[in-house]
Write a protein that binds this ligand. Sequence first.
Ligand code: ASP
Length: 335
Amino acid sequence: MTTQRPRVRIIATGGSIAGIGPDRMDYILYPEVGGHLTIDESLARIPEVNDIAEVQAEDIVSVGSTAIGPPEWLRMAQRINGIFQEDADLTGVAITHGTATLEETAYFLHLTVKSSKPVVVTGAMRPPTAIGTDADLNLLDAVRIASLPEAGGRGVLTVLNNEIQCARDVTKANTYRVETFRPNELGFLGYADSDGQVVFYRNPTRKHTADTPFDVSGLDSLPRVDVVYSYAGSDGLLVDAVRRNRSDGLVLAGFGGGTFPPAVQEAGAAAVAEGIPVVMATRATAGRVVMTPQKENLGFIVCDNLLPQKARVLLMMALTVTRDRKEIQRMFYEF
Ligand code: ASP
């Protein structure tokens, strides 16, 4: 009797997980000198994947993730939504991606994929050509998770180093370590573990995927949102550049619980007065930015506990449906 394997689609985008280095000792130079394996070449390294699932794979782009941004996010989200619509029996989708911007792509998909089936993003810290690469196992783990219906309903997941994380909370926290993806203090969701088991211990509580109002189906671009980072003594120069550019939105990464050099706060308030929604975030790597009477009076929005780069993604998506400040603030508490 043949049992039917779950069916998983893989969307590949490049990154270290597909990186080709000049030699087996190279962990550094390959993004500058090498190309990328195709997803079929990556899969040929791990025939074991066929024991887990029936896999169909495509390269949607083949770049380092420093070259991935809103146009590629839209292509990915539209492709994934299209795949789920046309292939009702599919179990899940896995995405390979460079680690540099993996967390932003994952959160964008967390807000825009309209399915409760598993969607899992993975990458690698050591290219497949290097000794001790994590590329093969991470790809295998992503397929393993995407092939389990019970991994669904938790929004977009990431997996590297056997650790399953929530797209909203995960961030790259170290330049070279394989355990670089951390859940920003909140705890990871589970393991794709050494015995082949996928185990979950917790679920995300914020709304995601089918429970957001964000529809990317007709979009070919996204609102422009910039991030300005504060440092001791920073002035209004960069905020003013954003104002002059008439960007659609601005995220200010301030200090601690959401405080700013006076000139930055003043320039930010001027941006708000000109109609640019401004979200206050923090360069502290965890914790909430809380609304205060002064922030409220000046018309700022607070990020809750989203990192500045994630707050940018949510503000971009919020601006596709509203420019109302209260409504945007509500979204920062909801998603
Ligand atoms: N340069 C790589 C990237 O595409 C880094 C990585 O994947 O780890 O983001």
